[in-house]
Write a new protein. Structure first.
Lengths: 202, 261
C-alpha cells in the first residue's frame, strides 16, 4: 500500500518537476544576481563539471579569475596539439605578476571518451597537470550548451574524430566573454593584450 | 481509517490513469517517424547517417503554446530572460511579456526565440529539440514518399518558398502534410535543431582535414547534386547563427525518442 502511494507521489513529482526546477532556477538566478553575476556571464549556466582530479566544480567556482578557455578532445591528432601549444605560448608570454590571476582551461567536447582519468593522463603528457591549467568535462548536454555560449561549432565525424572550430576565448572576472581568437597557430598578441587589460580591471 | 485508505487507493489509481492518458495523448499527437539511413549534404564529407525511430511534433510550436510556457516559467518572459540566453530581439513581435498583441496570431509559429528558449520549452514538455539529422530526415518527405529529394518538383517547391516573403505570419498547418504526418517542415519557418552548432563553415574548421579552402569555395561545387541546393541553404543558415539569436523567421518544434514513452 505504502509503495503505491510512494509510487504515485513519485510520478506526480516527475510530472511537475519541470515547473519546480523552473522555480528553483528562478530562485537560483535571484540569488546569483545578488552575488553580482551579470546577465551575460557564463556563470549563469548551472552546470556541474569534473576536473582532471575527479573533483566536481561549478563554473562559478572559477569566478574572480580571468579565464582563457578552449574546447578540445584528447584523442585529437590534428588541431588539438596545436591548440595546446597555443595555450602554452599564451601562458608563457603573460607577465609574471599577473600569472596567478589567470586560469587556462581546456574543456572536452568528447566527454564520453574524456574521462577524468584520461584528462589527467593528457595533462601529465603535456606537462600541464598543475596551475594555471585545468581540464574539464561534463555531460553531453552541458557541453552542447557551453559550446553554444562560446559559439564553438563541432561535429562528430567518426567515433574517433571531431571536427571543430578552433577558438580560444577570454572571460573576465565576472565570467563575461571579452575576446576570442580564431584559428590555429595564429599570432596571439591580441589575445595576450586582451588578457592583460582584463586582469587590470578589478 | 479503512475509508481513508480506500480513498488513497482510488486517488492513486485516478492519478495513475490520468498520467497514462496524458502520455497516450502525447503519443497520439506526435508523428512517428520510422528511422533509416540517409546521406545528408556535407559537401565533400558525405557519408551515410543512421537515424533511429523518433517522434516529432506534427506542427511547429505556436505563439499560444509559447505564451503558456512563459506564463508558467516567468524567467523566460520577454523582459526577464538573461542576455546570455537570448539577444534583444527575443519575442520582438509580442506586445508585452504576457500578451501577443493584435499583429501576432496565436496560431502562427512562435519565432524570435533563441535556441536556449526553444530547448527549455521542449524540456518542459518532457521532450527535446530534434537533432539536425532527425529534422533533415523527416524533411526529405513529400506527401507520399519518405525521400522526395530526387523529385525536381519537390525541390522547386522548397526553393520557391525560400523566395516567398513573410510566410512566418501564416498559421500552422497551412502547408502540406508529409508522408510521416508532419506539417510545415517547409513553407512556414526555419527551425532550430538541438545540434545546429555541429555545422562547420568557418575556414578554420577546414584546417582539421588539411583542406584550407572555405566551405563556400570548395564544397558547393563538390555538393552531391544540385538537388541539394535547398538543403545547402539550410546548412549555411544554421552555420551562420548563434544560440542566443532571435530571428523573425526561425521557430522550432519538439521531438522525443520513440522508446521513451
Amino acid at each position: 500500500m505504502k509503495k503505491i502511494i510512494y509510487f504515485a507521489l513519485g510520478i506526480m513529482f516527475l510530472v511537475s518537476s519541470c515547473k519546480q526546477s523552473a522555480d528553483r532556477a528562478t530562485e537560483e538566478i535571484a540569488q546569483k544576481s545578488s552575488e553580482g553575476i551579470s546577465e551575460m556571464s557564463v556563470y549563469n549556466l548551472p552546470s556541474t563539471w569534473t576536473n582532471q582530479n575527479n573533483e566536481d566544480i561549478q563554473l562559478k567556482d572559477l569566478k574572480g579569475d580571468v579565464l582563457v578557455m578552449v574546447m578540445i578532445y584528447t584523442s585529437c591528432k590534428a588541431a588539438c596539439p596545436r591548440l595546446v601549444a597555443d595555450m602554452r605560448n599564451i601562458e608563457e608570454k603573460l607577465p609574471n605578476d599577473i600569472k596567478d590571476e589567470v586560469k587556462m582551461i581546456f574543456v572536452s567536447i568528447d566527454p564520453e571518451t574524456d574521462t577524468p582519468e584520461r584528462l589527467k593522463a593528457f595533462a601529465k603528457e603535456n606537462f600541464m597537470d598543475e596551475d594555471p591549467y585545468i581540464f574539464l568535462r561534463s555531460s553531453i548536454e552541458n557541453t552542447r550548451e557551453f559550446a553554444a555560449v562560446l559559439a564553438v561549432n563541432y561535429k562528430q565525424i567518426t567515433p574517433m574524430d571531431f571536427s571543430h572550430s578552433n577558438i580560444i576565448s577570454v572571460f573576465n572576472r565576472q565570467g563575461e566573454l571579452v575576446f576570442q581568437q580564431e584559428g590555429l597557430g595564429v599570432n596571439s598578441d591580441n589575445t595576450i593584450k586582451s588578457i592583460k587589460e582584463t586582469v587590470s580591471k578589478k | 481509517m479503512l475509508n481513508s485508505k480506500l480513498k488513497t487507493i482510488v486517488l492513486t489509481v485516478i492519478c495513475f490513469l490520468s498520467i497514462q492518458v496524458f502520455a497516450q495523448e502525447q503519443k497520439k499527437e506526435m508523428a512517428y517517424v520510422k528511422g533509416g539511413s540517409y546521406i545528408p549534404l556535407y559537401g565533400a564529407d558525405s557519408i551515410w547517417v543512421k537515424v533511429d525511430d523518433f517522434l516529432l511534433d506534427p506542427y511547429p510550436v505556436t505563439n499560444a503554446d509559447f505564451l503558456k510556457f512563459v506564463n508558467e516559467n516567468p524567467e523566460w518572459k520577454k523582459s526577464g530572460i538573461k542576455k546570455l540566453f537570448a539577444d534583444e530581439r527575443y519575442l520582438y513581435n509580442w506586445e508585452d511579456d504576457y500578451s501577443l498583441g493584435e499583429n501576432t496570431s496565436e496560431r502562427s509559429p512562435v519565432t524570435n526565440v533563441s535556441w536556449f528558449a526553444a530547448k527549455r520549452f521542449c524540456e518542459c514538455q518532457g521532450k527535446r529539440l530534434p537533432t539536425l539529422d532527425e529534422w533533415e530526415y523527416a524533411a526529405m518527405a513529400d506527401e507520399d514518399t519518405p525521400d522526395a529529394r530526387v523529385k525536381e518538383s519537390y525541390n522547386q517547391k522548397i526553393l520557391s518558398w525560400y523566395e516567398t516573403p513573410k510566410t512566418f505570419e501564416n498559421n500552422i498547418g497551412s502547408t502540406f502534410k508529409n508522408y510521416w504526418g508532419v506539417y510545415d517542415l517547409h513553407g512556414l519557418v526555419w527551425e532550430w535543431t538541438l545540434d545546429f552548432n555541429t555545422v562547420l563553415f568557418s575556414g578554420e574548421s577546414r584546417n582539421d582535414t588539411g583542406d584550407r579552402d572555405l566551405f563556400c569555395g570548395s564544397s558547393t561545387i563538390g555538393a552531391t547534386d544540385l538537388m541539394n541546393y535547398a538543403a545547402f541553404m539550410r546548412y549555411a543558415f544554421r552555420g551562420s547563427i548563434k544560440a542566443r539569436y532571435s530571428i523573425k523567421n526561425l521557430g522550432f518544434r519538439c521531438a522525443r525518442d520513440s522508446e521513451n514513452l
